[in-house]
Design a protein around this ligand. Structure first.
Ligand SMILES: [Zn+2]
Length: 177
């Protein structure tokens, strides 16, 4: 059986739940799906099997990983949601859902992998934008570490004291410890 790295068992009662590279996850079976080849993994600790997509951004998607990645890349390159919908043939709401999924995944990745880092100079900024219609205003607060150009934290929401405190404390408590 082939070991699969960077895959963690998600079964809540498993002794190795959530542990990456614990050596407990092996390839169980491969099969074809509408969205391409997929594989089933086996946790040797608890004996459960799960899809290789379980716990990833692609879990439950009804499109290929390539198509999802292409949509996210287009948006990062500044293509509008309407244009992406026209290009791909999907509805605006589908594209929006996928982008929300990609954003949540990126935030999770940041939280899990962005460890301690040197703080030379921080630059905090805010901007006001809208979601959907121009009366639906929201604020985006962000901090940039000037030397590395790292964006350690971003908060979106009302322009409130609570959100400002969240912006300033969320990442830097972890960074200094
Ligand atoms: Zn397990």
């Amino acid at each position: 059986m082939e070991l699969i790295g960077q895959k963690a068992c998600q079964h809540p009662t498993c002794a190795d739940v959530g542990k990456l590279d614990a050596g407990n996850v092996v390839r169980h079976a491969s099969f074809g799906t509408k969205s391409g080849a997929s594989q089933r993994c086996l946790c040797k600790t608890c004996g459960t099997t799960f899809s290789s997509n379980t716990g990833t951004t692609y879990c439950g998607l009804r499109c290929s990983r390539d198509e999802f990645d292409q949509v996210a890349t287009m948006r990062v390159d500044g293509v509008s949601i309407s244009a992406i919908a026209r290009i791909t043939g999907h509805s605006r709401s589908t594209i929006t859902r996928w982008l929300e999924r990609a954003a949540a995944s990126a935030a999770r990745f940041n939280d899990q992998h962005l460890g301690a880092f040197e703080i030379e100079e921080l630059h905090a900024d805010e901007l006001c934008t809208f979601v959907g219609k121009k009366t639906n205003l929201t604020w985006v607060f962000t901090i940039i570490e000037v030397t590395t150009r790292l964006w350690p934290t971003t908060v979106r929401g009302r322009r409130s004291c609570r959100n400002t405190e969240l912006l300033l404390t969320r990442r830097f408590i972890a960074a200094r410890s």
